[in-house]
Design a protein around this ligand. Structure first.
Ligand SMILES: Cc1ncc(COP(=O)(O)O)c(C=O)c1O
Length: 393
């Protein structure tokens, strides 16, 4: 039955995660997997989530199926959050999905159905799941310039001119904030330029929003999406609650479509639900009920916002400190970009071999492309990490 199946391309992160978990050296620094950790190295359940779980354990009355679009109240709350209630003149429709990954996958499947010959453009580099998802759906994949590996800055000019050469047969996947893996942010002026180009050229923007609230703040992290939505006629958004609610394994997310014609957008939304039908049919409700309860209960919402803000501040603090210690260690400003990046990740300027040496000889675990998860760092390991990096790279 399965004898002719080739082995799929291996996932880089999982073996490294396992390798790190089996490494018991006291000095170990595991910066592989993209999850938030507290200072003790633990990925916590947020207090607001715990309170909502307690409430739901007593007050939930059913676990029956919801409709194919998911829970409309949850979807409406996430829509308000993602678009900050700003887009009034266009039609936005959403569907609940099992996490941001499924949202993106459904959007791409919809593109394949509507425009089978479309090319999907991703940043160089991008989140490791983007390429395989696009290719598995049978869409063409191309890269636009993004990271200047020499300077660790955005390749702004070549990014803009690449986008300026696209047209209506192209879709451009952008990260809403906290770019994975580079931590580079598009400034407001960059978003405005890209939105102008999108409008002029007619390409279709897809915005992957997986870290709202963990970069510069909830409103600030939504800015790019809003600028784009105000400018163009059509766009899609994949939204994840994995990181900003810490609900990674509950699989909570939404896919949104925006258009100017109510009939067209209603049909597109129904098509999204039809695409989900042979796959997961309806999204899981446990995590979305938690999010909904938090969002609708003022004291829990305040608690969650405070926790989210504390997580954001911890990450920013770690960035400042690591950059400073690296400045002292190397007597250069080579690593200052770490303080300027935002969100969970930054890319170290190391070769795959140097990243391997860091793992083997120093118990410092990052990915071969140099990606490290700053949010996985404890304060008492900063000095050791900086010394190791300065020695090896
Ligand atoms: C850019 C980006 N999009 C989507 C996801 C996946 O989100 P989810 O866990 O909700 O599927 C991640 C997770 O690391 C991510 O970095």
């Amino acid at each position: 039955m399965f004898a002719n199946l080739p082995l799929p391309q291996p996932d880089e992160i999982v073996p490294l995660m396992i390798q790190a978990s089996e490494d018991h050296r006291a000095e170990k620094v595991d910066l592989t997997v993209g999850v938030y950790r507290d200072d003790s190295g633990h990925t916590p359940i947020m207090r607001a989530v715990r309170e909502a779980e307690k409430y739901l354990a007593v007050n939930r009355t059913t676990k029956s199926y919801v409709g194919p679009l998911g829970d409309p109240i949850f979807v409406g709350l996430i829509q308000e959050f993602a678009f900050q209630k700003k887009i009034k003149s266009k039609f936005i429709r959403g569907i609940q999905t099992p996490g941001g990954s499924s949202a993106l996958s459904l959007i791409l499947n919809l593109i394949k159905k509507a425009q089978p010959h479309m090319t999907i453009w991703v940043s160089d580099p991008t989140y490791a799941n983007h390429g395989p998802t696009i290719k598995s759906i049978g869409l063409k994949l191309k890269e636009y310039p993004f990271l200047n590996r020499e300077t660790n800055k955005l390749k702004t000019d070549s990014l803009m001119s690449a986008l300026d050469s696209l047209g209506p047969k192209d879709a451009v996947l952008l990260h809403g904030s906290c770019h994975n893996p580079t931590g580079l942010s598009l400034y407001e002026a960059d978003w405005r330029k890209i939105a102008d180009i999108a409008q002029k050229r007619g390409f279709f923007p897809i915005i992957d929003t997986a870290y709202q609230g963990l970069g510069s703040g909830i409103k600030e992290d939504a800015k790019g999406l809003i600028i784009m939505a105000e400018k163009v006629n059509h766009l899609a958004v994949s939204f994840s609650c994995s990181k900003n609610f810490g609900l990674y394994n509950d699989r909570v997310g939404c896919a949104f479509l925006m258009g100017t014609n109510e009939q067209e957008i209603n049909i597109a939304q129904t098509q999204l639900a039809a695409l989900a039908r042979p796959c997961h049919w309806v999204a899981p409700q446990n995590g979305s009920e938690i999010v909904r309860h938090i969002m609708l209960t003022p004291q829990l919402k305040i608690m969650w916002l405070e926790e989210l803000s504390a997580m954001k501040k911890r990450i920013a603090g770690l960035r400042q400190k690591l950059a400073l210690v690296l400045q002292n260690e190397t007597q250069t400003k080579k690593y200052d970009f770490i303080a300027k990046n935002s969100g969970l990740f930054s890319i170290l300027p190391g070769t795959p071999r140097q990243m391997e040496i860091l793992r083997k000889d120093y118990a410092v675990y990052g990915l071969d492309d140099g990606r490290i998860n700053i949010a996985g760092l404890s304060k008492n390991k900063i000095s050791y990490l900086a010394k190791s990096i300065a020695t090896v790279i």
